[in-house]
Ligand binder design. Sequence first.
Ligand SMILES: Nc1nc2c(c(=O)[nH]1)N[C@H]1C(S)=C(S)[C@@H](COP(=O)(O)O)O[C@H]1N2
Ligand SMILES: [Mo]
Length: 400
Amino acid sequence: MSSLRGPTTYDLEPPRHPSLKINSKEPFNAEPPLSALVASYITPEEFFYKRNHGPIPVLENPDTFLLEIGGLVPHSQYLSLEFIRKLHKHSVTATLQCAGNRRTAMSEKRAVKGVGWGAAAIGNAIWSGARLSDVLELVGIPQNTAATLNGGKHVEFVSVDVCKEEKGGPYKASIPLMQATNREADVLLAYEMNGKELNRDHGFPLRVVVPGVIGARSVKWLRAIYVLAEECQGFFMQRDYKMFPPSVDWDNVDWPTRRPLMDFPVQCTICSPEEGTSLKPRSKVTVRGYAVSGGGRGIERVDVSIDGGHTWLEANRSQLQQRPYISDDDGKRDKWAWVLWDLSVELSPPMDIIVKAIDSSANVQPENVETIWNLRGVLNNSWHRIHIEASHRKEIQSNL
Ligand SMILES: Nc1nc2c(c(=O)[nH]1)N[C@H]1C(S)=C(S)[C@@H](COP(=O)(O)O)O[C@H]1N2
Ligand SMILES: [Mo]
């Protein structure tokens, strides 16, 4: 059987970049400084947020690893890594975002349960691997299949990591079969990140990447794929990563009444300057950040306000990158990827900078976090606001 295993202790964790802000050590959950996100359109692996629910799995022998594909498929199969690497290699630039991104700002309004995250539980990478739709064709399921003849409608991804939420079982999740068999949905079984072999933190040897969907469905350390009649019954699909109204709390939450979160909503954050920066009057500053929407919806506009939301200025947007790993680039924008934006303004602190984005379906971000507060603290995409302090010391110096 597969030589991929999930340890029960944290003795075999990989090395990590010292600049990461650690939100939980075991399991390891960490995010980069916001400034690292706007330093490059493609997020280097060491600065890409790490979101884990257990110790990082170990691959004992790559030659004996087998990915199982079973369930309601015409022909079950076990595929070696060598075989998967020989399938057509597809590259997708996709932003992965944890549903808990910006959770801390939500918990400041009212307590929520979950790992505290700032605004950097997000990253943009070039993922390369086999298309899930190609692999499903190999086991007898054609493109664009809503249901197999024996009733398969969902594709479940199963890992090997030991998660306490699963009572020691592995992390798992599913997506609809229609999405899995749709080439245009670009779902990947990725073995490379940014042109290098996937590292252990991000799912070595193989992870799923479901573009445009909350990170929780992009299962790392993939061991098996099962086609099922029902959606995955795992904890992270049924008892977590769902969004409840602000009136629901832990005493009256009824998990089956809501669907598992899939596409993430339109999101936008100021990464530079940072919250609480001190500036002198009439400082010229370039404000920078990221904006992204789920479901392949592009960013139509990024609006910045420096007068409390009375007036708005439109920011510049860019998706510049070098494309050395993309073989089938059609020259279009990266539909699954964030845009970085910037705007040069003159600031007179103390004041706030506010940002909001509008996606290609004209979805807007909610103004206040209170209206979207939910007990698990997911999908905080309220207007991002940072405070800039007046730098008195510098003011006095310049008056001397
Ligand atoms: N096997 C496994 N896959 C997983 C997880 C996990 O804990 N175990 N976490 C998920 C969540 S919630 C997110 S946001 C992303 C994070 O991916 P990253 O650590 O590569 O950034 O992986 C997802 N896939
Ligand atoms: Mo997540």
